[in-house]
Ligand binder design. Structure first.
Ligand SMILES: *[C@@H]1O[C@H](CO)[C@@H](O)[C@H](O)[C@H]1NC(C)=O
Length: 182
């Protein structure tokens, strides 16, 4: 009985001051790593340049291009036409489990889209058009069940388009001007 009374203040605190959420340190580190690799061709514009750094918070500070959910998770990254010239580190990026919109159209990004993109389960919009991406699109792209918009036009992608049969909500697929085999 005494023990129960002892717990009351803690229960009250828990009820009236619920945890405020935000991306944890691991996610922040991963996002900064992702951003640093977008600046490979232009080291002056590293993650710090864009406001992305471990000393701040992606949701309460200004991280260029980032919008968060009300709960404090990274939901949107929009960096189109931003003169970015590196590669996308999807293994790092997809640590941000709430990411829904990634817009990187019209940069000079290159390299492959790694199968790690399959971990970006919340993605609804993926815009990678007008870059210099190459290689085959990974089949894990076809496992992104929430994807509605997939734009990969005007790159140097090869191989076959992945099977999108498990992506019933796909509304818009732009893939022209690549080197896909038909
Ligand atoms: C793609 O790469 C080629 C050759 O390296 C370069 O000339 C071209 O400007 C690049 N295009 C973009 C959009 O980055």
């Amino acid at each position: 009985m005494g023990l129960n009374l002892f717990l009351v203040p803690f229960i009250v605190i828990f009820l009236f001051f619920p945890m405020t959420y935000s991306e944890d340190g691991v996610v922040k580190q991963a996002l900064v790593r992702f951003m640093d690799q977008l600046a490979v061709g232009n080291p002056q514009r590293n993650a710090w340049y864009w406001g992305w750094n471990l000393a701040s918070d992606p949701c309460t500070s200004i991280w260029q291009g980032v919008t968060c959910s009300d709960e404090g998770y990274v939901k949107v990254i929009v960096l189109h036409e931003s003169s970015l010239s590196g590669t996308i580190d999807f293994a790092s990026l997809c640590k941000a489990k709430s990411l829904q919109i990634l817009s990187l159209n019209r940069n000079s990004l290159h390299g492959f889209i790694s199968k790690d993109i399959g971990a970006c389960k919340s993605l609804t919009h993926l815009y990678l058009s007008e870059n210099n991406f190459s290689g085959d699109l990974p089949s894990s792209l076809g496992g992104l069940e929430n994807l509605h918009w997939l734009h990969v036009a005007n790159n140097k992608f090869t191989g076959e388009l992945p099977n999108m049969v498990h992506v019933p909500g796909l509304i818009s697929l732009l893939a022209e001007n690549n080197k896909f085999s038909v």
